[in-house]
Structures are given as structure tokens and as C-alpha cells.
Design a protein around this ligand. Sequence first.
Ligand SMILES: [Zn+2]
Length: 373
Amino acid sequence: MYTVPKLTDYSAKAIDAAVRELLSALEQEGSAVGSESDYKAFRDRWMARKNGVLTQINDLWLKPAPKDAKKDVGQRVNELKSKVEQTIDAAEKRLTSTAVKSKLSADHIDITLPGICRPIGAEHPVIKTMNEIVSVFRNLGYSVSDGPEVENDYYNFEALNFPPNHPARDTQDTLFISGQDREAQRDRLLLRTHTSPVQIRTMERLKPPLRIVIPGKVHRNDPPDASHSPMFHQIEGLAVDTNITFGDLKGTLDHAMKALFGSSVKTHFRPSFFPFTEPSAEMMVSCFICGGSGKRGSEPCRPCKTTGWIEILGCGMVDPNVFEFVKHNGYDPKKVSGFAFGMGADRVAILKYGVDDIQYFFQGDVRFLKQFG
Ligand SMILES: [Zn+2]
């Protein structure tokens, strides 16, 4: 590294040589500056008041200069000072512009790269199935009705012809809200076990004739397994008018099943019991998976358990006792009649999409849900 020599010879030639040597060292060291810390070391080495190169030439060249050379040496030292300052400035500028360039190149955006793809959501298979069922009935002139999921005993049971202590209540493992022992039984809150309370609520609100479908969530105290979930979905329908007959029920549901599962499916009714309908029936559709044969190739058809029929919904003529609860709003059982039906939307989705476990619908696993997008 360059060190400032003492000047013994103050001839112009000797001074020139010393200056040339210093300038070449300055230039070399200045161009070697590559970082912030290099720059600081360079600046301090040349400019530091104590022992910097400029201080040294002042002390070693100017101060001891003989009188007749002093003016000339002073001038050269001043020139060197401004040269050193310029070189240091230049080094700083070069460093800054390199830093800006490297920051720019780090922030550089390649607009030819593919963008970040945000996945678009899709209808959940159960909601999709419910919407399909709703749309079939909308086309028949039905409107959609809605009600609370936290219901009271009156709407969930009593007004649907389940009197207190009716044995049918035991078949519905009801989830009651706790801490209501002091309430009258009909006021006790529960999670609705079916969408049927919305039938009563709607009849209280709207006069006949009435045609509604009621899609929604229901809750029962069922431990989860492949075919049960404590929360599931139902769709119910209700039609009330003068002269509604069981024939209307059959015709409507037969049409709906053909619209949902294909025009070749057949329907079949067998007697059943529900407290709120009389007579009541369970409706079967011919298996749309095996075409009613009970077999898929040489394998037995599991969805219909080889019978060729799938039980799909419960239905019946509205029990006159139910109309008694809404008689004040025009539902006189002597003047009007109606039919009601209800099905599990999850079950329909399971059959439609060949899903073998109802839990898949509610686990939120994107790998499963993606298949319905
Ligand atoms: Zn089958």
C-alpha cells in the first residue's frame, strides 16, 4: 500500500514524480472501492484529519519545504486536495448507482411468468343437489320457504301432530338447548330435527293455496358414521289447495324424480307412517345406477342392495290434525287438502355422485370437494 514519502529533493522534477506516484495510488485505491465499508476505509485513509494521506503530505511535504519552494508545494498540495475529494465523491456515486441497479434487478418483475392462480370456489355437492331439487319444483310453480334452525317444541313437534309423550318423538334423537327445565314444554328450544316446522310457520303467514319447498339444515343426536351425521340436509315440499288428492302427490313426485334422475326411472309407493301425514307412504325410485336390474355386470348393485329400488323420500296427505293448528289462517281441513314430502339432500347427493361416506361432505377436504367443481 502507498505510503507518503518524505521529500528531501524539492526540485520541480522530484515533486512531479512524488505527485504522480500519489495520484496513481489514489486512482488505484479509488477504483478498488466495491462496498460501503471499502468506501469508508478509502475516505478515512485519504481524508482523516489525523494521519490521513492529505494530512501527511501537509506535514511531510509542505511544512518542511524550503522557503523558495513553499509556494509551489502549497499549490500542488491544494490541487491534490481537490483531486482526492473528487475521487472520493466519484467512488461514492459509483457505489450508490450500483446499489440502485442491484435493487432494481432484485425487484425486477418478469411479466412473461404465469400469474399466481387463485382457486375459484365451487358449489358444495350437497348445496348443488339441493339447488337442483329446488329448481325442479320451482319449474312446477313452487316457491322456496325458510325458517329458523333453533326451533321450539311447538313448531318442531306439537303443531306437526306429535302430542307430548307421543312415541314418534323418541325416534328423533333431538338435541335440546340446555337449562330450560322451567319453560313450558312447547316453548323449549331445540335444534330442529326436520324442516317440517317451516310448513307450519309458512301456513301461519300465507293463506292457501300454497306450494312451497323448504331446503335446509337439520340436526339429530346421531353419532357420525358412513351414513349418519348429526347435521344433515333435508328438502321438504308442501302443496295445499282445494281438491288436492293422492293422485296429485304421485304425479308430482313421479315427474320430479324423472327430472332429477332421468326420464326412464319408475316410482313405486309403499305404505308408511308419519305423525303429520295420513295416509303416509315411502316412495321408491327404480335404481338409476343399475337400471333396476340389481346388478352391475356380474357384481351386485350396492346402492339398491340388489333390489333394483332405492328408497328416496317420505310423503303423504297432510293430516287434518295439522291443518287444525293453522285453521285460523284459512286452512280449514274441511275445505282444503294437501300433500307433503321430504327427502334427505345428502342421501340424494350420495346416490347421485356415488359417494360412499356422508362424512366426506362435511370434512372440508379440498381433494374431495374439488371433484365437483
Ligand atoms: Zn341398483
